[in-house]
Ligand binder design. Structure first.
Ligand code: SF4
Ligand code: SF4
Ligand code: FES
Length: 269
């Protein structure tokens, strides 16, 4: 019995679900599609479906193939590693539940659940992409708090509640890449840094000690591919799974870079 047949039963619960996976054997080879049928398990996430496929890598038409490769780590929507495009939307495969997709009408043989790698990062294999560009951008803005050593420095300076609230919201970024997948300005052939690192520049600039590197961060933001390349379409804020205040971050870092550029013009520093 296939998924589309079983959904006509009185329970409307399929016994199997059809998943179509966009595969790619190596970074330099062409992608291709393969369908798989997996048992329907309520509350299962997409990663457990991929584990099912890995345990028995046989396509829906009975061909034994190499197991599908994907990336994951925390399994609780914290690390961002498992992000992929599921039914056309970039999201985390650890927190995307099978029954929600099935109740939206996908998972049948005619309308399978579709899994693709994110399109804005190089594919290493199948659904596993190389997110280094994001981490390199974090290095470029010095996305850290400078301290002299590992000994206790005592309690830090006091921080007002509004600043704490903003920094907490920004701290939730998991470098997943959803904002970059949705951003029309972030492409393979340019250097735009995207909303993720702009948010983190603000996060560290707002920290009392992190602000020691504020000028360096703003210089990175003023460089080619920096904040001036943001088209302000605000796709990023709509798709961020952690609901970071990216619009406010872009506006705030934009103001900081303007002030910094004027100051540099007059002081020569
Ligand atoms: S506002 Fe638009 S152009 Fe700017 S980072 Fe967000 S999606 Fe990209
Ligand atoms: S800002 Fe949001 S969408 Fe972008 S990488 Fe961070 S958590 Fe993901
Ligand atoms: S495995 Fe970490 S976010 Fe999904």
């Amino acid at each position: 019995m296939n998924a589309s047949q079983s959904t006509t039963s009185s329970t409307k619960t399929p016994s199997t679900v059809r998943i179509k996976v966009k595969r790619q054997d190596r970074p330099d080879t062409d992608p291709y599609w393969q369908p798989f049928d997996v048992p329907f398990v309520a509350n299962a996430n997409i990663i457990s479906c991929l584990q099912q496929i890995a345990s028995k890598p046989v396509t829906a038409d009975g061909r034994r193939v190499a197991p599908v490769a994907w990336d994951c780590n925390c399994l609780e929507e914290v690390c961002g590693a498992c992000t992929m495009v599921i039914n056309g939307v970039a999201r985390q495969s650890c927190s995307t539940l099978l029954h929600e997709l099935v109740s939206d009408g996908t998972g049948t043989t005619d309308e399978p659940i579709v899994l693709e790698p994110m399109s804005k990062f190089p594919v290493l294999r199948d659904l596993f992409v190389d997110r280094s560009r994001m981490f390199n951008n974090l290095k470029a803005i010095k996305g850290w708090v400078p301290i002299d050593g590992t000994t206790s420095l005592g309690s830090g300076p006091k921080e007002d509640q509004a600043s704490q609230d903003m920094r907490y919201a920004l701290s939730r970024c998991m470098t997943c890449g959803c904002c970059l997948e949705a951003c029309p300005q972030f492409t393979f052939d340019n250097d735009f840094v995207g909303a993720q690192v702009i948010g983190q520049a603000l996060y560290f600039n707002m920290h009392e000690t992190g602000a020691e590197l504020k000028d360096d961060r703003l210089e990175a933001m003023e460089a080619p591919g920096g904040i001036a390349d943001c088209g302000n379409a605000q796709n990023c804020v709509k798709v961020c799974p952690k609901e970071l205040p990216l619009t406010e971050a872009i506006a705030s870092v934009g103001r900081q870079t303007t002030v910094h550029a004027i100051k540099s013009f007059f002081t020569g520093k």
